[in-house]
Design a protein around this ligand. Structure first.
Ligand code: PLP
Length: 289
């Protein structure tokens, strides 16, 4: 398998990550995940924009333009013959020795960029059946809008849910639902869809952008407003969203059914519109997916 390592496409085995890479020592870096269907990227511009915005939020200067990055990523999925799968890409502030909290001078220390691909088919069974979740306190930092490689808060939350046998962790701060450990969170009440507004407490999801447009097209009212754990208990439907899971029904939270305990009509409609958007950008999903 080929990967990108700085400005080259090389065999996975050739990559050497230094023990003093600031990504390794400080989690001083930004990442993103973009999906391809039928060998075409979906919402690549939005993912690359968010990646650049993340770099600027941590004062990390990009070693390439957005267009250069996009053509490199396209080259990678072509070489690896990725039809339906994900590209993970990340940048760190580079290799600086001795270890020091102070940023190194970027003219002396170039960033380290890597990207790799995985084949990930759409999980239509799960998208129809839905998943379970558990409520977990959101103990992450206050820059959740930055797609930082430091995911300790997220993975601890996911682990807490997994240990109890649930698929995802629904996070809350003082009873306000923020998002999930690796996805945005949504609920439906009386036909209106609710999701946490963007800001420093959640990641501005790209799937969220697509779903907001899908809801508008479908005539489904949406409020980007906070909702509480109590509201969630009374919800007719709940679902999460991310690049890899698209719109995923959450049918049970901590062993209690959400609404009818199965995929509801609102998320199903949004899923249909989501597929239409994928097909508009990447071609028909019926043959290979
Ligand atoms: C914490 C968190 N929130 C939301 C999302 C959804 O973002 P996107 O739709 O861009 O994949 C992710 C995706 O990884 C995430 O990790």
């Amino acid at each position: 398998m080929k990967v990108i390592w700085n400005d080259q496409i090389v065999d996975r085995s050739e990559v050497k990550i230094d023990m003093e890479d600031r990504g390794y020592q400080f989690a001083d870096g930004i990442y993103d995940v973009v999906r391809a269907y039928n060998g075409h990227f979906f919402t690549l511009d939005e993912h690359v924009d968010r990646f650049f915005s993340g770099m600027s939020k941590i004062d990390l200067e990009a070693p390439f333009t957005k267009d250069e990055l996009k053509s490199r990523l396209k080259e990678l999925i072509e070489i690896n013959k990725i039809e339906t799968g994900n590209v993970y890409f990340q940048i760190t502030r580079g290799i600086a020795s001795p270890r020091d909290h102070i940023f190194p001078d970027p003219t002396d220390v170039p960033p380290v960029f890597t990207a790799s691909t995985t084949v990930v088919p759409r999980n239509q069974v799960k998208m129809t059946k839905g998943i379970t979740a558990s409520i977990v306190p959101d103990t992450r930092w206050l820059h959740c809008d930055i797609k930082s490689v430091s995911l300790l808060g997220n993975i601890l939350a996911k682990h807490t849910a997994h240990k109890k046998g649930f698929d995802e962790a629904v996070l809350h701060r003082d009873g306000i639902v923020t998002e999930c450990s690796s996805s945005n969170m949504w609920m439906v009440k009386d036909g209106t869809v609710y999701t946490h507004p963007d800001g420093n407490l959640i990641l501005p999801g790209i799937t969220k952008i697509v779903l907001l447009k899908a809801a508008e097209k479908a005539g489904i009212p949406v409020k980007e407003e906070t909702f509480t754990l109590e509201d969630l208990k009374q919800a007719d439907e709940a679902f999460s969203s991310s690049t890899t899971v698209e719109a995923m029904p959450i049918i049970e939270i901590d062993g209690v059914a959400v609404g009818q305990g199965k995929r509801g009509p609102v998320v199903e409609k949004l899923q249909q519109h989501f597929v239409a958007e994928i097909e508009a950008q990447c071609g028909s999903l019926t043959v290979t997916n």
